[in-house]
Design a protein around this ligand. Structure first.
Ligand SMILES: Nc1nc2c(c(=O)[nH]1)N[C@H]1C(S)=C(S)[C@@H](COP(=O)(O)O)O[C@H]1N2
Ligand SMILES: [Mo]
Length: 349
């Protein structure tokens, strides 16, 4: 099997979404408000400004083709955004000499934000986008106004931006402080996560108990362990390493496993009911009689694909492996093909 991807253009560990697809990630809508939309620029600037959407549209418009790379391993090439360049807005406000960082803050119930070094924001030509492919940006994708940061994982591109704050010292954003996301986020250096949330000792004790329920276990390493019957309902195990682990009969219902590695793991009879499996690597895993009903699978993979498009280490399914058609539709075209073959035949072709 071949996939039409240019390996030089796809950062390591990423896969292309099916053509025309653009997943929604994170919040789906801004916080409710009666106030008309405006963007204010504040902090270390000579003259703070507030721009309405018509004010922004009256400024010089910039069109940009951007390759989107989400930290959960899906990428989308050639997304065409247009709007106003951050540097144009900063020129209007005048930046103070002590400004070193810039934070983008959303009109959001959880006060979502993300920050960048000011120099990076200038070098990367950050855009405040109002349009996608010539149409006003959909609300779910951050309309009426979102940041677009080319060359960084997409979590740096804040949806529903209403405040831009210039700062002498950095202030970590929402994902960066709450979920261990890397603050630089360069996809070419795979800067996805910082290190884990618990010590090696604590991890040993937990592995002995085989009870991970409701725990925050970012980046935990249980590779090559025998944890048969593990209870991990609602555990937060983003970026966990479970390569080659023996996990028969384990329960990961409603767990957050985004970007976890299950390469070659024994997952027979495991329940992943309603789990977040975005970006998970199941290549070579044994998923016979596993239940993935209701799981979210954007960016997940069930086999390895090399730079030439050659498929290897395909996962194992049997007739009782459960996976919804809707979940399969979220996979890349090639992964969809592999999973549909697995579902039909109970094994790899
Ligand atoms: N306000 C806000 N902005 C956000 C997020 C969010 O949850 N809230 N998620 C980030 C992440 S992780 C990604 S991948 C992109 C997703 O944008 P999309 O839903 O338009 O694909 O938005 C980023 N900006
Ligand atoms: Mo993301």
């Amino acid at each position: 099997m071949k996939q039409q991807e240019n390996p030089q253009r796809l950062p390591p560990g990423q896969q292309l979404v099916a053509p025309g697809k653009w997943p929604y990630v994170g919040e789906r809508e801004p916080a409710f408000s009666d106030r008309p939309w405006s963007l204010s620029i504040e902090g270390a600037v000579k003259q703070p400004h507030r721009f309405s959407i018509p004010d922004l549209l009256a400024l010089s418009q910039t069109k940009k083709r951007v390759d989107i790379h989400c930290v959960t391993r899906w990428s989308k090439f050639d997304a065409q955004f247009s709007g106003v360049l951050l540097t144009d807005l900063l020129a209007i406000c005048g930046v103070m000499p002590d400004a070193r960082f810039v934070s983008f803050e959303a009109r959001s119930d959880r006060q979502h934000s993300s920050s960048l070094p000011l120099q990076d924001a200038r070098d990367l030509e950050v855009l405040l986008a109002t349009h996608f492919e010539g149409e006003p940006l959909a609300k779910e994708h951050g309309g009426p106004l979102r940041g677009v940061v080319p060359g960084r994982y997409f979590y740096k591109s804040v949806k529903w931006v209403e405040r831009i704050l210039l700062m002498p010292v950095d202030q970590l954003g929402y994902w960066e402080s709450a979920s261990g996301y890397h603050n630089v986020a360069d996809p070419w250096r795979e800067q996805r996560y910082i290190s884990g949330s618990i010590s090696k000792r604590e991890a040993e004790v937990l592995m002995g108990s085989r009870d991970f329920r409701n725990r925050d276990l970012l980046s935990i390493d249980v590779s090559h362990r025998d944890l048969t019957g593990l209870r991990a309902e609602r555990a937060i195990m983003r970026n966990a390493n479970l390569e080659n682990a023996r996990l028969m009969e384990s329960r990961f219902c409603e767990a957050n496993l985004s970007n976890a590695c299950f390469k070659d793991a024994d997952l027979r009879n495991v329940s992943f009911l309603k789990a977040d499996l975005e970006g998970v690597d199941f290549s070579g895993a044994d998923l016979r009689s596993a239940d993935l009903s209701g799981a979210s699978l954007f960016g997940a993979s069930f086999c390895q694909v090399d730079a030439k498009g050659v498929v290897s280490r395909v996962a194992r399914f049997d007739q009782s492996t459960k996976i919804d058609d809707e979940s399969i539709a979220a996979l890349t075209a090639l992964q969809q093909q592999v999973v549909n073959d697995l579902k039909r035949t109970g094994r790899s072709l």
